[in-house]
Write a protein that binds this ligand. Structure first.
Ligand code: GTR
Length: 333
């Protein structure tokens, strides 16, 4: 997988994440706090949702249980925090589905480009028993899937000009998360995928190492990528959701009634998160509208047509095909 190579930067990032997680571990043992990681800053809906869980737990246990979120990528990339959580160095981490794809194949279908037709379709699927089945598939990887959160629709943005058809993507160097599926998707559209962590994107855009990236409105604006990449093209190619996962080691150390409470809190955080999310999307669009950037609509059919071979290459088992079929069926109903 891209980005897994040995480097000084990686080693440094790893040791920072490790010392932060050891610190987090001490704090946790001392105070009974569940530690959590997020790549986004403190005012982002995913962080607010996990803080909501903390308040929920604290209110119902007289402060015995709570959550401390290490926001802004302090504990490393999503790939790193998943690894740390799976060996028990961190209690919770909120990640996109993309980094889960290389851990558990059942998570891959939800990351397929042009699978979900709309946010409503995505919400209906993740709220159905299928959402629970996909979360449960993580258990064999020492992770407990607690909740699925919104991530809106991802679109391409770049420093050069509007993307109206796949021809406009030819030769562009576009950042993607560290996911083989995203790499294949961008390359199949004629661009050159550059997999790097989210917190390196701003500088890479500024220095011209990449021409653009793809993300939803809140990430595009919160991470200030729009200051550099002024063209946002509404390809809406992915409505991949996000997941809140817990270290299985930590989960199994909880009493049965605390486990139920944690699951209940996570479930209650979903409608809270959606409300925050919808408001954040509107705010991000307003912020962009008052910047010098340009947004353009796109006929997405030619983009979707190029994704057929990508679906075929990545959906390889009957279980994955069943997830795809059930998802599509819920869109038609
Ligand atoms: C955001 C998502 C993050 C991460 C990021 C990225 O939309 O919330 O979890 O996946 O995109 O592009 O790295």
């Amino acid at each position: 997988m891209a980005g897994s190579g040995f480097s000084r930067r990686k080693l440094l990032a790893g040791s920072i994440a490790l010392s932060a997680s050891m610190l987090a571990g001490c704090e946790r043992r001392m105070s009974g706090l569940l530690t959590s990681a997020d790549a986004h800053p403190g005012d982002y809906p995913t962080v607010q949702a996990v803080e909501f869980i903390g308040r929920y737990l604290s209110d119902r246990t007289g402060g015995r249980l709570g959550v401390k979120v290490y926001a802004g990528g302090q504990l490393g990339s999503e790939t790193d925090t998943l690894e740390i959580a799976s060996f028990g160095g961190l209690d919770l981490t909120r990640v996109n589905f993309a980094p889960l794809n290389s851990i558990e194949p059942m998570t891959l279908p939800f990351s397929l480009p042009f699978l979900f037709q709309s946010v409503d379709h995505m919400r209906k699927v993740v709220d159905s028993p299928l959402g629970d089945e996909v979360l449960a598939s993580l258990e064999s990887h020492d992770l407990i899937g607690l909740a699925i959160y919104d991530s809106g629709a991802r679109s391409f943005y770049n420093t050069r000009g509007p993307i109206r058809s796949p021809a406009d993507m030819k030769g562009l160097k576009l950042r993607v998360p560290q996911s083989d599926l995203y790499v294949a998707m961008v390359n199949a559209l004629g661009a050159n995928a550059v997999p790097i962590p989210l917190n390196e994107v701003y500088q890479a855009l500024q220095q011209g190492v990449i021409d653009g990236a793809e993300n939803n409105w809140p990430s595009f604006v919160t991470a200030r990528h729009y200051e550099v990449a002024k063209y946002y093209s509404l390809t809406h190619h992915l409505l991949t959701p996000e997941a809140l996962v817990m270290s299985k080691q930590r989960y199994t150390r909880l009493s049965p009634s605390d486990r139920t409470l944690v699951r209940e809190a996570a479930r209650a955080s979903v409608p809270f998160m959606r409300q925050k999310w919808d408001a954040k999307v509107d705010q991000a669009k307003r912020d962009f509208a008052s910047s010098p950037g340009e947004v353009n609509t796109v006929d997405t059919a030619p983009f979707a047509a190029l994704m057929r071979p990508v679906w075929e290459a990545f959906i390889t088992s009957p279980r994955q095909r069943a997830v795809v079929e059930r998802t599509i069926a819920m869109g038609e109903a």
